[in-house]
Design a protein around this ligand. Sequence first.
Ligand code: PHE
Length: 509
Amino acid sequence: VPSGDFAVQILRALDVSSPLLSAEAFPDRKYVEIKAALDRLASREMIKYDTIDREEAVLEPEGEVIAENGSHEARVFEALRAAVEGLSVQELEKVIGDKNITKVGQGKAFKEKWIAKTSDGKLKAMKDSIEDITKEQLQTIRDTRMLSDSKALADLKKRKLIRFEKIISFKIHKGSKFALEIPEEAVDLTAEMLTSGAWQSIAWKPYNFRALGAEQNSGALHPLNKVRAEFRNIFFDMGFTEMPTDKYVESGFWNFDTLFVPQQHPARDLQDTFYIAEPKLADKPRPESPDDKKDYEKYWEEVKAVHQDGAHGSIGYRAPFSDEESLRLVLRTHTTAISSNMLYKLAATKGPDGRPPPARYFSIDRVFRNESVDATHLAEFHQVEGVIADYGLTLGGLMEFMSTFFGKMGITDLKFKPAYNPYTEPSLEIFAYHQGLGKIVEIGNSGMFRPEMLEPMGLPKDMRVYGWGLSLERPTMIKYGISNIRELLGHKVDLNFIKTNPAVRLDKN
Ligand code: PHE
């Protein structure tokens, strides 16, 4: 067959013998190559073809060795047969030259009663000759890619001496428009063809309705949005309500003071917090709607008192409380500002027993910190925040809840470390082993809100509140294997990555 267009080669071969088996006619051609040429011819009805699936047995590397040198047991037998006085195990190992082959071969040869141990502890051959069936079977497979004894075949597979390969080949027949050349086919209709009438006799290339369409330029969800959606589902599954986080600017009062963060706390420094230049100060907290009947003035005084002079069993910070500091406008440094506001509202809510009902809140939104920017930190990030208020909550319950919560994202075996937050006591940092990074990483911060925060709000003394927070960026970067946050956010983001990254699935338990 002359070289050149492979499809033409197929036509010539088919002219000589039809039907044609591709495995015989073109043993060296790759599957995709044959398939492409056949489809090209079949679309012109020059040929027809059927696909044949068949399994062939192929030797694994160890099978090759045995087909060449004999089975382990046969090699052990031959070595012992050659040594008239028998061999110690160490001597046998030396002759065979491989500890493992000696061990496996010895075991099998004993079982076959080809060898035995003499009274002086040496190994001896018990026969003049043996039949190395395994070697013969493997040789047959090597030469014919098959073995008629299906039980033996399965056994060799189990011993990992052979594997099966699926072979796809084709049976090719002449089609209704069979010819030795592929006719030229027109693709475009021209004005000339119309005026001359040539269009009537031209061979047209048929439409290929199975071709994939051109890729469409479309919008795409950002990875952070995808992970956020997963988190929201976990929260909703666990009975949480979403908190309204639609404001980035807060007063120091809600962002810090209601949370019992001392006014001298380093987090409030210019280093950590972005302060608003214009306007500088907020109004004092006041009702948010006509039916908001809460006494904000009283709450303000309560918060001030617990800071400055102490209250509710606490000695406070014993430092003057500055109203101006409390009114300074900030870009919220955490969504815990919202949690605080929600808990204050909860305190004014009456359940069936006249007391605030248990509640579960969450939010996922943006927060801002005046930090130095590096591979894993930006001046703004997203915080995932959760709050559970209920009667009789304990620290053990918080740890148990965290295990369940993170377990829903496939993160298990949490580790807890005592930590410090001004608004929680005790506080726990949460760690987990990260498979990809191969080390234990911090995944969140949590705690039980302090009485100094909850009691000024008017929440009952026996209502306890869990709170926790984590960044959305960290799990997203881990999930998508991103090591630099600038690949995820900002002007260096590769739009192609955003478009083609897969839908996220947290591996749920
Ligand atoms: N606000 C904390 C942070 O920014 C998270 C947190 C929330 C911790 C609630 C405890 C309780 O890291």
